[in-house]
Ligand binder design. Structure first.
Ligand code: AHR
Length: 663
């Protein structure tokens, strides 16, 4: 029986859920709460932000102008121009030859007639919402004459839907600002920057942001996307990658120092996903670093996530150039790591702490962990990890270091690093698995017998990937199938009951533009104006929101739960909220009767909250045009600690929350 209304809370007698006529005896799930049971780290479930699929520029970073400072490899990429009503104008891209923002545009209006229009196409168009304010800014100065500047938001047909005029532009470089409010919405609009008069004007940093950014911060983040991250209640955020940390070669690696300070001075580089995927090339994918390390730390703070920056360890992507810096030249890389700790945690009297304070955050960001390298492997990685850990722990022994276990969940590369990272005393070892749903179902016991007395595990990147042939490819979101999410949920019960050894976990990747992606599946899809949570997102949320503080044990028909009969379960208790939380996944295509019993409980019978995510269609997915096909439904049922009968839907993920006052 399914509930009809989204998010409806129904009070139903628990007996209603018992299928009395069901032929099979109920499966017995016994939950035992033990006061000395292992703790779950507050960081347990987190998010992995990688600048892939236009997650940063064109994504969460709300800048609407593409190539705002003419620094793309093709300096006019994203821009078009036209002359109207007899205008005689020219555009020149000038290179200062130095500095991080070397280029600017010089516009000459020769005859004082008509208008010259520079048109920015945005990131696959611009999304305008009727009645909302958009803030335009431009760095400009007049070289000669008198050139007036107007701006116009236009819809997909080029019809103006909002406009504004700038004040007179003077002789010195200065930032000019004006706001416009469209009278109509457009999902694929553009921005016209209109020049009129006679003379010469030089411009740079042409920018348009919605005023309604997250927390209304100027030049900030897209509010709808940050809200979705906040709603996951992530314990940590790993950033900024992923392979972009490594770069295709070392010159293209992510260097945090060029991502802080004034945005106009952050040196743009190509995004390594730009032309990486043969069938998903995006030549206009660059990194402006408007979302830089300061903003990442601030985002972590906003959403309550502990920051986990991943730093290049002197190695470029081993799938690409596999370039390494020689060991006797690695000091600047290590210094970057030490300086980052100072940037995040140092007092305003330190060099890097002072910069953080000047950027608006005098208080420390409370950085506690760093990843040394991304998905590296081999002896060359171990050599470099060793140098990093020695230097970092000499100065900051309290910082946890995350080491890599390579790109696969098993095999020679994995076995080697899994052992050596333990020898090196990595605080956490980052394991990655992009595998089929069946792998996730089978591997629920992966951590049951892991070594408890050495490095902990960080399941840093995982997602169930379906075989391309199993799904009709109608939407980019179509690979986020219900079955992929269900299999992840089953696997996550194995992570949860082993939370003493698997201390952190994050799905990957996090964000993807429907019209400019390179990698799928992803947790959240978006276009210019909308975003959609996948079934996988809801699974993450069901674990993360109800992570508890301690592990409780669960037996299925008196035995450890290993996925027998396609049932998976884990339980936790929350000693602050005084709740017992039981998760049960039914991965079979038949409904199941369960008899639940909480052993040794003195908890009072009463009500329980039951959150259910279910569909009988394994291939169902959420899309921007149909975002709520699968979403959690919540009901309240009567609850009996000694014997609670429930009927699980086929293919369902269930979270039961009961008050537990005994603790
Ligand atoms: O998440 C996509 C990529 O998968 C990451 O960049 C990399 O770490 C892994 O190979």
């Amino acid at each position: 029986m399914r509930l009809k209304a989204a998010g409806a809370i129904l009070i139903v007698s628990s007996m209603l859920w018992v299928e009395k006529t069901h032929a099979q005896a109920p499966e017995k799930l016994s939950v035992r709460v033990d006061k000395t049971s292992p703790k779950i780290q507050p960081t347990m479930w987190g998010v992995f932000f990688e600048d892939i699929n236009f997650a940063a520029d064109g994504g969460i970073y709300a800048e609407m102008v593409k190539n705002r400072s003419f620094e793309f490899a093709d300096p006019t990429m994203g821009w078009d121009d036209k002359q109207l009503d007899g205008s005689d104008a020219s555009l020149l891209i000038v290179n200062r030859g130095n500095g991080s923002n070397a280029r600017y545009a010089s516009i000459s209006l020769k005859n004082g007639k008509g208008s010259y229009v520079l048109i920015n196409e945005g990131f696959r168009g611009m999304g305008f919402e009727k009645g909302h304010q958009y803030n335009f800014s431009i760095l400009a100065h007049t070289v000669e004459g008198n050139v007036k500047v107007k701006v116009e938001a236009v819809d997909e047909k080029g019809k103006p839907i909002g406009h504004a005029s700038l004040e007179e532009i003077k002789g010195d470089w200065e930032t000019y600002r004006v706001s416009l409010t469209p009278t109509e919405s457009a999902s694929n609009g553009k921005l016209n920057v209109i020049f009129e008069g006679q003379g010469k004007l030089e411009i740079d940093m042409v920018s348009l942001f919605p005023a309604d950014t997250w927390k209304h911060r100027p030049n900030g983040m897209r509010a709808d996307l940050v809200q979705k991250l906040a709603d996951l209640k992530p314990g940590f955020m790993r950033f900024p990658g992923g392979c972009i940390v490594e770069g295709r070669d070392l010159a293209n690696r992510y260097q945090w120092k060029s991502t802080v300070g004034d945005v106009a001075d952050r040196k743009l580089i190509i995004n390594r996903w730009n032309m990486e995927m043969k069938d998903h090339q995006t030549p206009d994918y660059f990194q402006s670093f408007g979302l830089g390390f300061y903003e990442y730390f601030q985002l972590c703070e906003d959403i309550g996530a502990s920051p986990l920056p991943i730093l290049n360890c002197g190695m470029a992507c081993q799938y690409n150039s596999a370039e390494v810096v020689s060991l006797n030249q690695i000091d600047p890389f290590i210094q970057d790591a030490l300086d980052l700790i100072e940037f995040a945690n140092g007092g305003a009297d330190t060099k890097w702490g002072k910069l953080r304070a000047a950027m608006g955050h005098p208080a420390p960001f409370n950085l506690k962990m760093i990843g040394v390298g991304n998905e590296q492997w081999g002896e060359q990685y171990v050599d470099r990890f060793r140098l990093f850990s020695k230097a970092i722990w000499a100065k900051y022994p309290e910082i946890k270091l995350v080491g890599s276990a390579g790109p696969y969940p098993g095999g020679d590369l994995f076995d080697y690093l899994s052992k050596v990272m333990r020898d090196e005393k990595a605080s956490l070892i980052d394991e990655h698995y992009y595998m089929r749903p069946e792998w996730f179902l089978k591997n629920v016991t992966r951590y049951d017998n892991y070594n408890r007395n050495s490095s902990k595990v960080f399941a840093g990147e995982y997602a169930a990937h379906i075989d391309d042939k199993t799904q009709k490819d109608t939407h980019p979101e179509s690979h986020n199938t219900w079955y992929s999410a269900l299999s992840e949920a089953a696997f996550m019960t194995g992570l949860e009951r082993n939370a003493d050894v698997v201390q952190m976990a994050s799905y990957a990747p996090l964000l993807a533009r429907v019209d400019a992606w390179q990698w799928r599946p992803d947790l959240i899809w978006f276009d210019n104006l909308h975003s959609v949570a996948t079934p996988n997102y809801y699974v993450q949320q069901m674990f993360s929101k109800y992570k508890g503080t301690n592990i409780a044990s669960v037996l299925l028909n008196g035995k450890a739960v290993t996925g027998q009969d396609s049932l998976y379960s884990s339980a936790v208790f929350d000693s602050y909220k005084k709740q017992l939380i039981i998760k049960v996944v039914n991965a079979s295509t038949t409904p199941r009767n369960i008899e639940l019993n909480v052993e040794g409980s003195k908890g009072k019978n009463g009500n329980a909250e039951w959150i259910q995510l279910a569909s009988s269609d394994k291939l169902l997915f959420n899309s921007i045009d149909n975002p709520y096909r699968i979403h959690p439904e919540t009901r309240t049922i009567g609850w009996n600690y000694k014997k609670q009968e429930i009927k699980l839907e086929s293919l369902s993920v269930n979270v039961l929350i009961v008050s537990y006052t005994e603790l």
